[in-house]
Design a protein around this ligand. Structure first.
Ligand code: CS2
Length: 487
């Protein structure tokens, strides 16, 4: 505790459990919760590494939020996160979920965290858990071996389950929800806050899919009791740097090890039920709607789609940040083309796409936010499926070639090829498959650039990879972007 944090007195009780303690959660859901002043405390669990929890716990959960506008910084101490834990601590998670005080579970586990099958959209049946995924299979085996059913029937506690062996968010939540069921603590809402279309359906597929493989009765209980709330979330939050830590310490006197730097803009749109209540997030600017889909598409396509295009096309042209890439007229032109394609399918008047595009140009150009393209470029195989390919499909269904919407995919392929060739590691759950696919085009293999394009597309969308016209269109764009890069 320092002078800057000494004034923080009574902390609110835990009513929200969060999985995926990272910068975005702390800049977004925690900030909204703080702003309501409703006294809802958050217990946050890390995903993969416990470090963030250790650092935050050492500061009693307190941290500085820096709103970084083009003309200056605004600092705010956030007090809503009252507990920070290692995600492998299933005993604490189960204890919190078994409490009727806990009403909401929020998730920021990244697109990859849901472990969904990449061919989910082929049959239009919606997202589906990838039961063959090694992490999922490992969790299911661990939960079966430790008898998650025992948690619900004979009262054996979650201490029987080794948290380090249950690694997916869904696996961990299944353990926690078994404890809630055993305790008779009643319904709650699960609120995914990741950039996936229909993220409520994604969370439901992950959770119910895992539960079904472990304990059918528990799965039935979850289906009947847990509400899944869809969200569109938005706030550009780059990774915190050492320079950020120094500037926060200088401005506030708090040697904060884990401040968060974010843009002033923020948006949270939600649709769904909260059977055990929720903070009045609408008092903090969140918007509750009946039909989320138009808003979700506007955000995913225009912001995130452009981000991915900037990430790959920008890096190929030697840029490091979003603002730099957007200042390159060729890249900016591709972004406008992509937006024109998307805008044709965002027709609801309340979307006001021209204003949204104008705001995005300004947000992306914020000269004081260094949002690194390499960070956005991670997990491209999943991100492109959510942000770019839906625009392509909409264009194609309307009888157009959709080339502008394929450019992010073509640029991703060129960037992946460049990284594999240069030995730069690829951060993607399908990194091995990307590596193999890149090799498909190597000289001496007897295979062509088109074969390589099809192999890479199969990693993102297996059905589209079987469509010759699409593969040819992507291959043509790749040839184009390579020429540009060489110049
Ligand atoms: C970005 C998002 O890294 C990425 O994939 O596109 O994190 C983006 O900054 C947020 O969705 C903005 O709300």
């Amino acid at each position: 505790m320092t002078a800057a944090t000494a004034g923080v007195g009574h902390r609110p009780p835990v009513r929200i459990v969060h999985l995926g303690l990272g910068a975005f959660h702390r800049a977004h859901q925690a900030w909204y919760t703080e702003r309501t002043g409703d006294g809802w405390g958050i217990a946050a669990f890390t995903g993969r590494s416990p470090e963030a929890a250790e650092q935050l716990a050492a500061q009693d959960g307190l941290y500085t939020l820096v709103e970084r506008a083009a003309d200056g910084d605004r600092h705010q101490l956030i007090t809503a996160v009252v507990e920070a834990h290692d995600g492998a601590d299933l005993q604490t998670l189960s204890g919190l979920l078994a409490s009727p005080d806990t009403a909401v579970v929020t998730l920021t586990i990244t697109e990859a965290g849901y472990r969904l099958a990449s061919d989910s959209h082929d049959d239009g049946a919606g997202p589906r858990l990838d039961g063959a995924d090694p992490l999922v299979a490992g969790d299911v085996a661990a939960l079966r071996a430790h008898g998650i059913g025992g948690v619900t029937t004979d009262g054996a506690g979650p201490e029987n389950v080794d948290g380090t062996r249950v690694r997916t968010a869904a696996g961990r939540l299944v353990v926690g929800l078994a404890a809630r069921r055993a305790a008779g603590a009643g319904p709650l809402a699960v609120v995914p806050c990741d950039n996936l279309p229909a993220n409520d359906a994604a969370a439901r597929a992950a959770l119910l899919g895992t539960a079904r493989l472990v304990d059918a009765e528990l799965a039935d209980w979850i289906e009947a009791t847990v509400s899944f709330v869809g969200t569109s979330i938005d706030r550009i939050t780059p990774r915190t740097t050492d320079a950020d830590r120094s500037s926060v310490a200088a401005a506030t006197g708090f040697a904060d090890a884990v401040p968060v730097v974010t843009e002033p803009f923020s948006s949270w749109i939600l649709a769904g039920d909260f059977p055990a209540g929720r903070p009045a997030w609408e008092h903090a600017g969140a918007v509750f709607v009946r039909d989320l889909e138009p808003f979700e598409r506007r955000k995913l396509w225009l912001l995130n789609g452009a981000h991915s295009l900037l990430a790959y096309a920008g890096q190929l042209r030697g840029h490091a940040t979003v603002a730099e890439a957007l200042a390159d007229p060729a890249v900016a032109g591709w972004v406008e083309d992509f937006w024109n394609a998307a805008e044709r399918h965002l027709t609801a008047p309340e979307l006001d796409v021209p204003a949204y595009r104008a705001a995005l140009r300004e947000r992306f150009a914020n000269p004081r936010i260094a949002h690194h393209l390499a960070q956005i470029g991670n997990d491209g195989s999943l991100k492109l499926a959510a942000r770019a390919l839906p625009v392509y499909r909409a264009e194609r269904d309307a009888g157009r070639d959709g080339a502008a919407a394929l450019r992010p995919v073509a640029a991703w392929m060129d960037q992946m090829t460049a990284q594999v060739t240069a030995g730069i590691p690829i951060a993607d759950p399908s990194a091995d498959r990307i590596d193999t696919a890149v090799d498909t085009g190597r000289s001496g293999t007897g295979q062509t650039d088109t074969d390589q394009t099809a192999a890479l597309l199969a990693v993102v969308d297996p059905a589209l990879a079987r469509d010759e016209q699409t593969v040819a269109a992507v291959a043509a764009l790749r040839a184009g972007s390579r020429t540009t890069v060489r110049r």
